[in-house]
Structures are given as C-alpha cells and as structure tokens.
Write a protein that binds this ligand. Structure first.
Ligand code: GRF
Length: 198
C-alpha cells in the first residue's frame, strides 16, 4: 500500500508511521512526503531517511487554485493508495480532494467535533474539559469535519499547561495513527456505512 504523508512541521506522526512501515507485517510503505513549508523539520528528517520529498508552498503561487493543481500533480506522481495528512496546516483544495476521494485521512489533536482548527489542546484547556484526545477522520471540504475513523481520549490534569497536554495528546495520537492506518490497510474502512478500501 502506497502512502503519501502531508506535513507542515515537526513530523512526529510521520516518523511514527515510517517506523511502523519498517515492520513487514504492516504492508504499507511511505512513497512520498509533501510539505507546504520548506523549513519543516519533517522534510529534513525525511531526506535523511532517504524518503522522496516535495515542497509545494502556497506563497509560491499566484492563487489557491494553482497551488491546489500543483499539490495534486505532485502527489499524483507518487500514485498513492492512501494520503495521510499529519500536521498539515492548510485546507486541502477541491482538486486535490477530488483526485483521492475517500482516501485522504487527517489526524487532529482534539476529540472532534470539539475544537476544530490549529489550537486543539489550548482550546480544550480553555474550555475546562476533563477529557481531551486525538481524532483520525476522512478529509472532506470542511475544516476538521469529515467522517470520524478513530478517537483516543486522554485525561486533562489540573496542572496541565498547553505544552504538557499537547505532549500527552500527541503520544496517544501517534499510537492511534499507526494502529488505525494498519487496520485500514488490512480491512479497509467505513464512511457513512459504506465500505472503502484499496
Ligand atoms: C499533531 O498533533 C496534529 O494533530 C496537529 O499538529 C500536530 C502535528 O505534529 N495538527 P507533528 O508535525 O506530526 O509532530
């Protein structure tokens, strides 16, 4: 199973997934890593690992449509079976979504539908919830709105800061991502009652 990973930053989810693919039972390989930022640490890490990488920055294009087209073309060349958005901080364009229907997943650092957007842990702390967590879902045109595939809850402790809560969530998130993608490869997945797979 050919997996492309989209990142914007550290890429710790990518690293966890890459480690899992080294186990032959996993039956998946990372065939490309795309970042929208050339400064993403995850890109340097990927290059050191010998993974194929590309940077497609919105700022290099005159409009979102041409960025979307370049993203689609770049990822299409890798012929992925599954696209994993892991810490990719831009909303994917309509052309990109149409190119890989129901085969793009995103990992998010809150228990959706609560706390969409890029400040999941901070917003959970501010709201005073006692459970936070991570959600894996199928990407649709909305922001963090697609069909949910998996969720993992972690406690919010009384003395948590944004940093400590973020770390607790990320630990659970990495494990969830590896386990869920493994299951998707093995068994397919369900979207609104309809089975999807490769
Ligand atoms: C993840 O927690 C993701 O949910 C959020 O940003 C983080 C990315 O971390 N959107 P990394 O780049 O995988 O380390």
């Amino acid at each position: 199973t050919r997996i492309v990973v989209l990142i914007s930053g550290t890429g710790s989810n990518l690293q966890a997934l890459a480690q899992a693919t080294r186990n032959s039972d996993f039956r998946g390989e990372i065939v490309g890593v795309l970042s929208d930022r050339d400064t993403a640490e995850g890109i340097t890490w990927s290059q050191n690992e010998g993974l194929d990488t590309a940077v497609v920055s919105l700022g290099d294009f005159s409009d979102r449509e041409s960025w979307d087209a370049a993203m689609t073309e770049t990822v299409n060349k890798w012929q992925p079976d599954l696209v994993v958005s892991a810490g990719f901080l831009k909303i994917l364009g309509p052309r990109f979504l149409a190119a890989f229907p129901n085969h793009i997943v995103n990992t998010h650092n809150s228990l959706l539908p609560s706390f969409v957007g890029i400040h999941g842990p901070r917003d959970a702390l501010r709201a005073g919830v006692k459970l936070a967590g991570a959600t894996l879902f199928v990407v649709d045109p909305g922001m963090d709105t697609g069909p949910i595939l998996a969720q993992t809850a972690v406690p919010v402790e009384d003395d948590d800061t944004v940093e400590t809560l973020t770390e607790r969530i990320k630990t659970a998130e990495r494990a969830q991502l590896v386990e869920s993608v493994g299951k998707m490869i093995a068994n397919g997945w369900w979207i609104d009652g309809v089975h999807a797979g490769f």
